[in-house]
Design a protein around this ligand. Sequence first.
Ligand code: ZN
Ligand code: ZN
Length: 654
Amino acid sequence: MSCLRFFSKTATEVVANFIDSTKEFINLCSKGHIKEAFNRFKSEIWSDPTLFSHLIQSCTLKKSLSFSKQLHSLIVTSGCSSNNFICNHLLNMYSKIGQLQTAVTLFGVMPRRNIMSCNIMINANVQSGDLEGARKVFDGMTKRNIATWNAMVAGLVQFEFNEEGLRLLSEMHQVGFLPDEFTLGSVLRGCAGLRGLDAGRQIHCYVMKGGFELDLVVGSSLAHMYMKSGSLVEGEKVIRLMPIRNVIAWNTLIAGKAQNGHAEDVLDQYNLMRMVGFRPDKITFVSVISSCSELATLGQGQQIHAEVVKAGASLDVGVISSLISMYSRCGCLDDSMKAFLECEYSDVVLWSSMIAAYGFHGKGEEAINLFEQMEQKEFEANDVTFVSLLYACSHCGLKEKGMEFFDLMVKKYRLKPRLEHYTCVVDLLGRCGCLDEAEALIRNMPVKADTIIWKTLLSACKIHKSTDMAGRIAEEVLKLNPRDAAPYVLLSNIHASAKRWQGVSELREAMRERNVKKEPGVSWLEIKNQVHQFTMGDKSHPSSMEIDLYLEELTSEMKLRGYVPDTGADMHDMDNEEKEYNLKHHSEKLAIAFALMNTPTGVPIRVMKNLRVCSDCHVAIKYISAIKNREIIVRDASRFHHFRNGKCSCGDYW
Ligand code: ZN
Ligand code: ZN
């Protein structure tokens, strides 16, 4: 009797001891004390596979390759290596610590793979960028679950095989799987990538039928899809209907507004977001800063910069890169350089942004210099770097250098030129007067031409007064977009400068018939954090009378120094006096006059314009900069002009 009691007590103790030590072991694993956990594991004789899994997870979290290998051999010697559960954990571990090849080998020798093993391998391949490998595993599966489909769809979309992603969705549907919130999130991102509004709307119907519209991730993806595809209104509606808004929803809304050119709304939404208690993150900052560059509101940009620092986001490459570009676009190249140099670590994105900043200011030599430094430091230039570099060369007329870099990009860096690269090269050739070469390039390049590249060549035709070619190129633009006003305006200007009024009035008739509207020129500037906007002949500004008088005086002074209004470039065939009046009231002149009246002497004036500066304004501003002894910086649709002492940084080349 006593003997029995003795035995049963010991058995309980043994069990209790066992439970205690496994608890301790699991605790060690979860806290990441791998070494102690290892020792504990070896000292006890455990063969419970679930205990191994704790150790594997711990190694995965620590991303320690040496422990992972030790653990793997321990599992092999303990005889657990044929256990499916353990093997899947090992596959996951190797894929998470970036050892895809080891995972592939292990997968190859697994005696009994299940769906889980295959799913892990699909994700592992996607993560390491081997989409083909993922597809092979996917295609080889006889049985799949929803997670399998989700992994493959997400992988395709991640690598921008968006159409294939959508095809897979319908395939999945056909074999009887209903998409869940993860599938929907992926395919909506795919639609956004394709700007596929129709497909997106169909998926929206599914979202509503399936009751997913309240899901935060699906809702945000849906809104993102609409806004990325250009339908801001539908996107906003989705966000408005969301029962709660998280930071992702706010970011989606703010980025959508920024991408659709509603820069003013971006700042409003940003303020609203903070007012209702959300803290902006780096994604928010990138959108907001890019809107400040769009509007060239330096004061606001500086304020956001201070908030970036306060929020601890000033180490993020995306944020710094947008700050570099914001300062450049606000005309403060020195501050761009400061942001570039202050960043503790370098990155190809930052170098590219700084090269672009130089290019935007017409500082081609500096851009090239920076690129050479970058190569010396062995940063791998990417296709974005080359867009910046080619842009810089084209805006400074550095034809030889530009063509050299284009060659370098293809031959040394093995990068495939995109339409953007070709556009820069066409600009480069066109500005230098190699018009035929530029046209041949467009007609023979392996990518499809868009209106921008044709319009780039058309502007070159205007600069070099090549009327015949201009007509032909304008046709190409109109084939792609019959309602584009730019070819009409450019052709009209070409006719007007040759005083062929018949041609001008025919074009105006054609515009009226086809209902093509010319985008009105708008200039704006920021004074004391307030934005003032001007359009041609606009009398709505409270100081419009004073501005008129001021311009009157200024023009007489300019004329005394030799200024002759360039009435030839104006597209209207009215009498000279009328033309002169119109010219005098171009939006950029109004803005500059207002700035001269309202800022202290010596302070540089920064004006933005939505279109290119016209040639008369360009001449006039040179005179103004000399007469008033002011630095005037004008950012137009294509570049920066720094006017100082009667000269412009572009060297009359824009
Ligand atoms: Zn003008
Ligand atoms: Zn200029």
